[in-house]
Every structure is written in structure tokens, then in C-alpha cells.
Design a protein around this ligand. Structure first.
Ligand code: NAD
Length: 483
């Protein structure tokens, strides 16, 4: 299949639009320029917001069934072009082609799932004195801002629910991975009415404009906690609705009854999937002393079998880090951890043009080491020994983050008892990174604000409105109720 290398266009008011300028996008497997992306000017972002605002009245009044049909047609388009989108995603993001295809098909599935979601009116009271109904109204223009680890899937967490509820959107992908989002915009340009979906790409410089713009009613943001603070400050200026899916430092706790051979594959996947660049990756593992050495041995065996390479090579199991800055940050954290602990395997690949780090395991490190305390967002897992379970739980909770966590055990009852003590949006048992469009995703503490996915995620794109009718004789309740 031919790989798309351009020209890429933004989607503004239904028109495929060149950027005011352009910027190079790097293929992280080679360090070479993959393609050029449009770079929006402030005026173009303004135009996109105005287009979304202008189409809002029409879209919010479009019958719900038609909005559902639009989501299904977007899902069909994604599926029809899955191969092309996946290859581009691999080339700009670095992930193996199979994982890219999973991401693309998963995105289509999220659009399709949202198309059938229910959020109708709810009668609160129907008595002799009053009839009160709770309705869900759209909010207006939603700014959708995504990071570079899962450009399409994270967009698909947000856009389907936003549109279904009757909002219009301006999507802004990350500066290092804009291409797959731009291509998606190009592919669906004729599927949605002009202005309902807009896509603009920037060089990491127009987020402030988008998030402080008075015509934006809601911001749905996924990215780092540091940027999340800025987004929240901007949103506060006009009290915009806000969903923040931010950083994490997910702990895992291995109980003394776990079977090392059984749990090791799940731990490896949880730590190294997408080269460890997942908000809900396993980022520090607390292992009971009685099985620490056996588990380390098993993890090393599996980590060393991981084939690193260009994601387009069918043999590749793990790609590079997505960008040079991230490569440097992870290398630095690993270097620091090696001074405090014992490197069991892995590390930066020398003399490579790409940003490759072999899956690394660091044993005998403790809290207080940067690799344990900070979010590494890369293929490096610290293994921390413990003897007292209560202390391990306390250490797992001793973080500014609270996105995910996991407990690994042969005894589900014991594992659930530990899960109940962990402060996190999701606690998995004997797995980590398991998602579904019907399962709400949220972060505790500085990992976020609000909920994505599931019914709760959909409601975040709505404004509650109560219609409260005084019930008097001869005062008939409107046929068909309130909608
Ligand atoms: P980032 O915060 O640097 O960038 C995210 C997005 O925000 C990009 O599109 C960027 O251009 C934009 N941005 C930059 N400055 C902005 C500003 N002032 N206002 C508005 N937008 C601005 O994050 P990243 O490095 O691209 O992604 C990695 C981070 O994302 C990690 O911390 C990871 O944990 C987090 N993440 C969280 C989730 C989740 O669901 N909680 C999912 C994926 C990634």
C-alpha cells in the first residue's frame, strides 16, 4: 500500500486548508523528516472556532438519529481507510503496525459504540403538583486537544460523545504527531456538515489561544499535568467546562501468593506496550520479597525477547520513543536510577538514528529515586522490593498522581481488599491497561479532572437542564414530553 506523505491539509469550516506555514514531522524510527504538516496561524485557529460556533445551532438541532448516523459513517470511513491510517500512524508515532491498526480499528469501534449511546430525558417527578424533567443539552464549541502517544484513539475518546450530544469541535493534535489526525479530517471532510468538525495543527504554540477563547464552551484535554495546569487556568477565565486526562505514575503491587510465571507476561505488556508511552502504563512495581528474585528473572527473560525496530517491519514488537525530547528524558531517568539500583536489562540503543530504548528493568531501587517518583513515560520499569503489605500500599498511594493501579495475586479476594485501599481512577487485578468504550476512565488527584468514556463520559459533554412544570387542572403536559 502507498503511504500518504502529503500534502496534508487542515479542515476549517468544511474546507481543506493549507497552513499559514508548515513544519517538519520526524519519523522517530529514523530521525528523518517524514513529511510536512500545515502549521496554523492564530487567524486560522480563530476561523476554526468561528466555524464551529457558526455550525453549532444547526448541528445541535439536527435530529439525534442523524447525528448517530454521522458517527456511524465516520466509523465506516475509518475502517475503509484503516490500512492507510495505520501506516501513517506507525511512521509518525513509531508504534508497530499491528498496534497502529489496533488503534485505528479501536477508534472506529469507539465512534460506532457512541453512536448508540442513550442520554434521554429523565422524569424527576410526575405528581399532582409538578412535572419535573431533567434534560441533557449540548454545551457549544468543544476544544479537543490530544497528545502524541495515541493520537487517534484519544481523539475517539472525545469527539464521538461531543458530537452525539450536539456540540461542534475544534481538534488540535500534538505537534509531533499531527498527520494521522489531519488525514482523518481529510477523509471525513464530506461526511460531516461544514464547521461541525474542524482540525488545526500547531507547533505547540496555539493551545493557549484555543483554551482561552470566549467562544469555546468546553475543553477536553489529554496531556501532561504541567500543561493541564495552564489549561485549567485558561478555562477559569470564562468558567469553561473541563475534562483533564493527565499524567500518571501507576503502581502495581505483587502479593506474596502470586505466580511469577503466570503474571510476568501481563506485567511486561503493561510496562512496555507503546514503548511505555501510555498514561495508564505500569510505571513502578512493588514486589513481595519472597518472590522478588524469581519474578525479576522471568521479567528479564521476557523483556530480552522483545524485538525492537521500525514499526513497519513485521518482526518489530516495540518501536522507538516518539520524540527526541522524550528519549532524552527517559534516558536521563534510567541513568539516574542505575546509579541507585541495579540494571537488569535494556537501555538506550547506541549509534541509532532513531529514538530507541530497549525495554529496561531496574532492580533494588526505592522511593525517592526519580524513576520511582516521577512519570517516566517510556520503556523502563523500576522493581521495588517490599515485605510489609500495608507499607507497600502506603508507598503506592504516596504520589501526586492517581490514574491507574494494579494488584497481582492468585487470590482475587485478597487482591480486591488491596484494591479497595488504592487511590486511583482505575484499579486492575492481574492486568493493567484494559479499556472499553463502556468503561469510564478518570484520574484521581493530579491525574485529572472529570471522566471519559461510558455514560458518565458522555454526560460531560452536556449541560443539565431541568424543566419544571406547575401541575394545574387543565394544564396538559406537552404531548411527547420535553426533549
Ligand atoms: P503535553 O501536555 O505536552 O501536550 C498535550 C497537548 O497539549 C498537545 O496537543 C500540545 O500541543 C497541547 N498544548 C501544549 N501547550 C498547551 C497549552 N498551553 N494549552 C493547551 N494545550 C497545549 O503532553 P504530551 O507530552 O503530548 O503527552 C504526554 C503526557 O500526556 C503524559 O504526561 C501522559 O501521561 C499524558 N497522557 C494522559 C492520558 C490520560 O488519559 N490521562 C492519556 C495519554 C497521555
Amino acid at each position: 500500500m502507498q503511504t500518504k506523505t502529503g500534502p496534508f491539509r487542515m479542515l476549517i469550516n468544511g474546507v481543506l486548508t493549507e497552513g499559514a506555514s508548515s513544519m517538519a514531522v520526524i519519523n522517530p524510527s529514523s530521525g528523518q523528516v517524514l513529511a510536512h504538516s500545515p502549521r496554523a496561524s492564530e487567524e486560522q485557529v480563530e476561523q476554526a472556532i468561528l466555524a464551529a460556533s457558526g455550525s453549532y445551532c444547526m448541528w445541535s438541532r439536527t435530529p439525534l438519529e442523524q447525528r448517530r448516523e454521522t458517527l456511524r459513517r465516520i466509523a465506516d470511513t475509518i475502517e475503509r481507510h484503516a490500512g492507510e491510517l495505520a501506516r501513517l500512524l506507525t511512521q509518525e508515532q513509531g508504534k508497530p503496525l499491528k498496534d497502529a491498526l489496533d488503534e485505528v480499528q479501536g477508534s472506529a469501534a469507539f465512534f460506532r459504540y457512541a453512536a448508540q449511546a442513550q442520554f434521554g430525558a429523565r422524569t424527576l417527578e410526575d405528581s399532582d403538583t409538578r412535572h419535573a424533567v431533567l434534560l441533557r443539552r449540548p454545551l457549544g464549541v468543544v476544544a479537543v486537544i490530544t497528545p502524541w502517544n495515541f493520537p487517534l484513539l484519544l481523539l475517539a475518546f472525545k469527539v464521538p460523545h461531543a458530537l452525539l450530544a450536539g456540540n461542534t469541535v475544534v481538534i488540535k493534535p500534538a505537534a509531533t504527531t499531527p498527520l494521522s489526525t489531519l488525514l482523518l479530517g481529510q477523509l471525513i471532510a464530506d461526511t460531516v456538515p461544514a464547521g461541525v468538525i474542524n482540525v488545526v495543527s500547531d507547533k505547540n504554540d496555539l493551545g493557549d489561544l484555543l483554551t482561552s477563547h470566549p467562544l469555546v464552551a468546553k475543553i477536553s484535554f489529554t496531556g501532561s499535568t504541567a500543561t493541564g495546569y495552564k489549561v485549567m487556568a485558561n478555562a477559569a477565565k470564562s468558567l469553561k467546562r473541563l475534562t483533564l486526562e493527565l499524567g500518571g505514575n501507576d503502581p502495581g503491587i505483587v502479593l506474596d501468593d502470586a505466580d511469577p510465571v503466570r503474571i510476568a507476561p501481563g506485567i511486561i505488556r503493561a510496562a512496555f506496550f507503546n514503548s511505555g508511552q501510555a498514561c495508564i502504563a505500569l510505571k513502578r512495581l512493588y514486589v513481595h520479597s519472597s518472590l522478588y528474585d524469581r519474578l525479576c528473572e522471568e521479567l528479564v527473560r521476557l523483556a530480552e525477547a522483545i524485538v525492537l525496530g521500525d514499526g513497519l517491519d513485521p518482526m518489530t514488537m516495540q518501536g522507538p520513543l516518539q520524540n527526541q525530547q522524550q528519549y532524552q528524558k527517559v534516558s536521563e531517568l534510567l541513568g539516574d536510577a542505575c546509579r541507585h539500583g541495579r540494571l537488569l536489562c535494556g537501555g538506550p540503543v547506541p549509534d541509532s538514528q532513531g529514538y530507541f530504548i530497549r525495554p529496561a528493568l531496574v532492580a533494588d531501587v526505592q522511593d525517592g529515586v526519580r524513576l520511582v517518583d516521577e512519570e517516566q513515560f517510556g520503556p523502563v520499569l523500576p522493581l521495588i522490593r517490599y515485605t510489609d503489605l500495608d507499607e507497600a500500599v502506603a508507598r503506592a498511594n504516596d504520589s501526586q498522581y492517581g490514574l491507574g493501579a494494579s494488584v497481582w495475586s492468585s487470590n482475587t479476594e485478597r487482591a480486591v481488599a488491596v484494591a479497595n485501599q488504592l487511590v486511583a481512577g482505575t484499579v486492575w487485578i492481574n492486568q493493567h491497561i484494559d479499556l472499553g468504550p463502556h468503561i469510564p476512565q478518570s484520574g484521581a488527584k493530579r491525574s485529572g479532572f472529570g471522566i471519559e468514556l461510558g455514560e458518565e463520559g458522555l454526560l460531560e459533554f452536556t449541560q443539565a437542564q431541568v424543566i419544571n412544570i406547575k401541575n394545574e387542572a387543565g394544564n396538559a403536559y406537552p404531548k411527547g414530553g420535553c426533549r
